[in-house]
Design a protein around this ligand. Structure first.
Ligand code: NAD
Length: 494
C-alpha cells in the first residue's frame, strides 16, 4: 500500500483532509475506497479508505499494544494531553465547522457556535472528571475497601452521521480519560472530521495507538470491529436495527455494550401551557432538518388548544428559511444523503396514502431541489400507524390530540421507544405528576435540549441500553474493582 500523502488528501472547504485510516499513529491506506458525497450540492467530497476485517484487526492490535502504556499514565498526565486536544479543537474550530457542514449538511453557524465548542468541552470535562474518581474507600471490621476505576482495555466506538464529531468525542473523551485506548469508526456518510481529530490528537501529543480511526462501511469495518475478541467495550450510537446486530456481535465475547439508539419522543402540550413557548419548542424539532435522535416528533396537544397551537406552529414553520447550510440566514439545510431523502419521503407518502393530512409541508422543496425537504406536520394519524410508531429522522412531525391527562400519558407511552419526552404546561404539579409517569432517559419540562455533561444520558426500552455522561460514562468505560486489605494484625474472617 503506497502511502503518497497528496494522493490521499481531499481538500474540503479549503481544508486538507487525509482520507486514510489512522492506525497506530500512522496513516494507512486500503485497497478499496468509498465515496463521500456532500449534501450541500451532491458533489463527491472525497474517496476514503474502505476498511474491512484486516484493517479492523490492525486497529485493534494497535489499540491493544498502546493500552498498557496509556493505562499506566497518570490521570493528571492524561488530563493534560486531553486538554491539549481540546486546545487543538479550539484552534481548528473554523476548519472543523466548515468540513462538518460540507459533509453532513447541518448549519455552519451551529457548528461554529455550539457544536464544535462542545467537542472541546467533551475533552475538558471528562479529563477533569476522571481526576475525581476513586475516592470511595471505606472499612469493614478494620479491613480497608478500596474501590478503583480501572481502564477496561481497547474500546470500539461506532458513531452516526447526524452530529459526527460531537457524538464521537462524547465517547472518545471519557474512554481515553479513563485510561482506555480506542478505535473510532465514524459513519460512512460523514467521516471527515474524525480524520481531522486524529491529526489534532497527534499534534497534542496523544501517543500512537491510543486513538485509532477506522474508515469504512458499517457492515464491513464496523461489524469486524465490534465482533473483535480483543475489544473490551463497545459503545454504539445509531439506529435500533444496527444496535441489535452490534449487541449480538458483542455478546459472542460477552463484551459490555452501551447502545444509544433511536427515538420517537413525544411533546405534550397542555391547555394551561404558554402556547407561544409550546410552538417555539415544537418548531425547534426541525433543527438539523429533524435528524436528531432526541427530536420530539410526536406532538400531543390538548384538544381545546390544538387549532390555535397548529396555527402558531405553522407560522413558525413558514418563517423557517431553507437553503444553503453555510449561509448565516439559513434555518434549515438539506437532508444528509439521497437515501435519507427517499426514506423520509417514503414515510410521508405512505402516511398521506393512509389518510393523514399535511397541515403544512408534505414533500420535497421543489424550488430548492437537491436534498431539501419541507418542514412537515401531519395530522389525522392513528396511534398504531407507521408514521407514529417508526422513527423518520427527518423534518416530519405528527400531531394528535387528547382530552385528559391519562389519555396524554397513554399516547406518549404508546411506542417501543423511550429516549426523551418534553411537556409544556403552566401547572408545576401537573409537570411533576406527568413526568413521573413517562418512560424516558430525559424529560424536559417547558424546555428542550438543555444538556449537561454531568447528567446521565441514554434511552429506555428500544432507545438504548445503559447510560453515559458524568460518572455513568466511567462506570461503563472502567472495570470497577474493590480491593479489600486486612489490617496489619490480620483482623477477622468473613
Ligand atoms: P446506523 O445504525 O445506520 O449507523 C450508525 C453507525 O453504525 C455507522 O457508523 C455505521 O457505519 C455503523 N454500522 C452499520 N452497520 C453496522 C454493523 N453491522 N456493525 C457495526 N457497525 C455498523 O445509524 P445512522 O443512520 O448513522 O444514524 C441515525 C440513527 O442514529 C437514528 O436512529 C438516530 O436516532 C440514532 N442516533 C441516536 C442517538 C442517541 O444518542 N440515542 C444520537 C444520534 C443518533
Amino acid at each position: 500500500m503506497a502511502d503518497n500523502p497528496v494522493e490521499h488528501t481531499a481538500v474540503v472547504a479549503g481544508v486538507p483532509v487525509d482520507t486514510r485510516h489512522w492506525i497506530g499513529g500512522r496513516r494507512t491506506a486500503s485497497p478499496a475506497s468509498f465515496a463521500d458525497l456532500s449534501p450541500v450540492d451532491g458533489r463527491e467530497l472525497a474517496r476514503l479508505a474502505r476498511g474491512g476485517a484486516a484493517e479492523a484487526g490492525a486497529a485493534v492490535a494497535a489499540a491493544s499494544a498502546a493500552f498498557p502504556g496509556w493505562a499506566a499514565t497518570s490521570r493528571a498526565e492524561r488530563a493534560r494531553v486531553l486538554h491539549a486536544v481540546a486546545d487543538g479543537v479550539e484552534a481548528r474550530l473554523e476548519d472543523l465547522a466548515r468540513v462538518e457542514t460540507e459533509d453532513n449538511g447541518a448549519l455552519l453557524r451551529a457548528h461554529r457556535r455550539s457544536v464544535m465548542p462542545r467537542v472541546a468541552h467533551n475533552f475538558r470535562y471528562f479529563a477533569d472528571k476522571a481526576l475525581e474518581l476513586g475516592e470511595k474507600d471505606f472499612e469493614t471490621r478494620g479491613h480497608r475497601n478500596h474501590v478503583s476505576w480501572d481502564p477496561a482495555g481497547p474500546c470500539a466506538l461506532v458513531t452516526p452521521w447526524n452530529a459526527p464529531l460531537m457524538l464521537a468525542t462524547w465517547k472518545v473523551a471519557p474512554a481515553l480519560a479513563a485510561g482506555n485506548t480506542v478505535v473510532l469508526k465514524p459513519a460512512e456518510w460523514s467521516p471527515l472530521t474524525a480524520s481531522l481529530l486524529a491529526d489534532i490528537a497527534a499534534d497534542a501529543g496523544l501517543p500512537p495507538g491510543v486513538l485509532n480511526v477506522l474508515q469504512g462501511y458499517g457492515n464491513e469495518a464496523g461489524a469486524a470491529l465490534v465482533s473483535h475478541p480483543c475489544v473490551r467495550r463497545v459503545s454504539f450510537t445509531g439506529s435500533v436495527p444496527t444496535g441489535r446486530s452490534v449487541a449480538a456481535a458483542a455478546a459472542a465475547h460477552l463484551t459490555p455494550v452501551s447502545l444509544e439508539l433511536g427515538g420517537k419522543s413525544p411533546l405534550l402540550v397542555f391547555a394551561d401551557a404558554d402556547l407561544d413557548r409550546a410552538a417555539d419548542l415544537a418548531a425547534e424539532q426541525y433543527d438539523n432538518a429533524g435528524q436528531v435522535c432526541l427530536a420530539a416528533t410526536r406532538l400531543l396537544v390538548e384538544e381545546g388548544v390544538a387549532e390555535e397551537f397548529t396555527r402558531r406552529l405553522a407560522a413558525r414553520a413558514a418563517a423557517l428559511v431553507q437553503g444553503d447550510p453555510r449561509a448565516e440566514a439559513t434555518g434549515m439545510g438539506p437532508l444528509v444523503h439521497p437515501r435519507q431523502l427517499e426514506r423520509v419521503d417514503g414515510f410521508v407518502r405512505r402516511a398521506l396514502a393512509a389518510g393523514a393530512r399535511a397541515a403544512y409541508g408534505g414533500g420535497r422543496h421543489e424550488e430548492l431541489g437537491g436534498l431539501h425537504y419541507r418542514p412537515t406536520l401531519l395530522t389525522g394519524v392513528d396511534q398504531d400507524s407507521e408514521i407514529v410508531q417508526e422513527e423518520v429522522f427527518g423534518p416530519v412531525l405528527t400531531l394528535q390530540t387528547f382530552r385528559t391527562e391519562d389519555e396524554a400519558v397513554e399516547l406518549a407511552e404508546g411506542t417501543r421507544f423511550g429516549l426523551a419526552a418534553t411537556l409544556v404546561t403552566g401547572d408545576p404539579r401537573r409537570a411533576e405528576r406527568v413526568s413521573a409517569r413517562l418512560t424516558a432517559g430525559t424529560v424536559w419540562v417547558n424546555c428542550f435540549y438543555v444538556r449537561d455533561l454531568r447528567a446521565p444520558f441514554g434511552g429506555a426500552r428500544e432507545s438504548g441500553v445503559g447510560r453515559e455522561g458524568g460518572t455513568w460514562s466511567f462506570d461503563f468505560y472502567c472495570d470497577v474493582k474493590n480491593t479489600v486489605t486486612a489490617p496489619a494484625d490480620g483482623g477477622g474472617h468473613g
